[in-house]
Design a protein around this ligand. Structure first.
Ligand SMILES: NC(=O)c1ccc[n+]([C@@H]2O[C@H](COP(=O)([O-])OP(=O)(O)OC[C@H]3O[C@@H](n4cnc5c(N)ncnc54)[C@H](O)[C@@H]3O)[C@@H](O)[C@H]2O)c1
Length: 353
């Protein structure tokens, strides 16, 4: 392996306590010859001392700007607004290839500095499957919050917690299940997480995936008390629920959690709301008679920062040990170059590091 200097940065967003590399995996990187610098961070769920003990060098928060030019800067979410020109190779979720707000600005900053974005969303295997993702914990939290809401136990604002604390609140009250649950997209990462949380709550949900929604039975869907949508839609399909379904007299559905949160997208399978909910107001009432509450929070895994970081880091580690410009990282690079061309920042093949 060529010598790699990774620079784990502090996350700019103050509520972001997750990290893409946890101290145990930092030690593995160091043991494998990676030079790892870790920025101090007041909110990261793991204390800096654990990284130091793992053999990492410590740097002040936000100091990546002055990192050696060959360092690869690693983070999860958005960079701060400065500097205007990005000179390094960066690994993080850029959210810049689907016309999102700020996409042109970010790509322009890379073009200005000659830097490169390896977007974690595009770190995929040969068949296009994501190699490191937070889906399981998104689904786990989505179902957990839906259960709590349905049982009248959801407290706002939501705050980051641990699985042990969360699970205590999910314990079933009686011997048998107190409601019926449905997970759609049940075979995926989020779907598995949702099924696991339902099981903790004493509920054995109905599980639907592609085969069960091909000929969609909306009446059967509406006969469930709680539904968690965890699909990853890649092409448009008929909506699972429409406005008129919410007013159907046979509706038993009382709590709907949309983990997918494709609101506003042409791929949205739940076009029955137009705004996500939040940690401050996790549930919104869509209908009064009978009640129907929606939970649609787009940063669920941040509520379990320790567990979600640990899983993500374990999945990312082998790829960091294999960092380069071929395989999955090569696919990230291709996607970055393609986006640059789409936005008129033609980088060609002039990457010099
Ligand atoms: N809210 C959050 O905080 C959060 C966090 C992470 C991921 N997500 C979202 O959760 C969704 C699922 O992510 P994932 O990692 O579990 O994806 P995944 O690819 O692991 O699983 C998706 C599943 O959906 C199924 N599916 C696709 N179309 C379907 C359809 N029409 N009917 C039934 N099933 C269908 C697939 O077969 C697959 O089993 C994505 O949209 C992702 O963006 C949300």
């Amino acid at each position: 392996m060529t010598e790699l200097h990774l620079w784990l940065r502090h996350e700019a967003r103050t509520t972001e306590r997750r990290t893409p590399v946890v101290p145990d995996d930092a030690r593995r990187l160091v043991d494998n010859g990676v030079e790892l610098t870790v920025e101090e961070s007041p909110q990261r769920v793991f204390p800096i001392e654990e990284y130091e003990a793992a053999g990492c060098r410590v740097a002040p928060a936000g100091s990546w700007e002055s990192a050696p030019r060959d360092a690869v800067v690693l983070g999860l979410k958005e960079l701060p607004g400065e500097p205007a020109a990005l000179t390094h190779r960066h690994i993080f979720f850029g959210h810049a290839y689907k016309g999102q707000p700020g996409a042109a600005d970010l790509l322009g900053r890379f073009a200005a500095g000659g830097g490169t974005l390896f977007d974690l969303e595009y770190l995929v295997d040969d068949s296009g499957r994501r190699l490191a993702a937070f889906g399981f914990w998104a689904g786990y939290l989505g179902a957990a919050l839906a259960v709590l809401r349905h049982r009248g136990r959801l407290r706002a604002p939501l705050v980051p917690t641990t699985k042990a604390e969360l699970d205590e609140t999910l314990e079933p009250a009686g011997a048998g299940p107190d409601f019926t649950g449905l997970v759609v997209g049940a075979l995926g990462r989020s779907g598995r997480g949702a099924r696991t949380a339902f099981a903790t709550a004493g509920v054995d949900p109905t599980c639907w995936d592609l085969a069960e929604t091909r000929d969609l039975d909306r009446a059967a869907l509406l006969r469930h008390d709680v539904m968690v949508n965890a699909v990853l839609a890649t092409s448009p399909v008929p909506p699972f629920l429409r406005e008129q379904d919410l007013d159907a007299p046979e509706r038993r559905l009382r709590t709907l959690c949309d983990v997918t949160c494709d609101v506003g997208s042409p791929l949205n399978v739940l076009p029955v709301y137009d705004e996500t909910t939040s940690w401050d107001e996790p549930a919104r009432r869509l209908r009064d008679q009978p009640p129907l509450d929606l939970i649609a929070i787009d940063n669920l895994p941040s509520l379990l920062p320790l567990e979600s970081s640990t899983d993500f880091s374990a999945a990312l580690l082998p790829h960091l040990l294999d960092f380069g410009v071929t395989g999955p990282w090569g696919r990230c690079l291709d996607r970055f170059r393609q986006a640059g061309r789409e936005y008129g920042f033609d980088k060609g093949d002039d990457l010099d590091h």
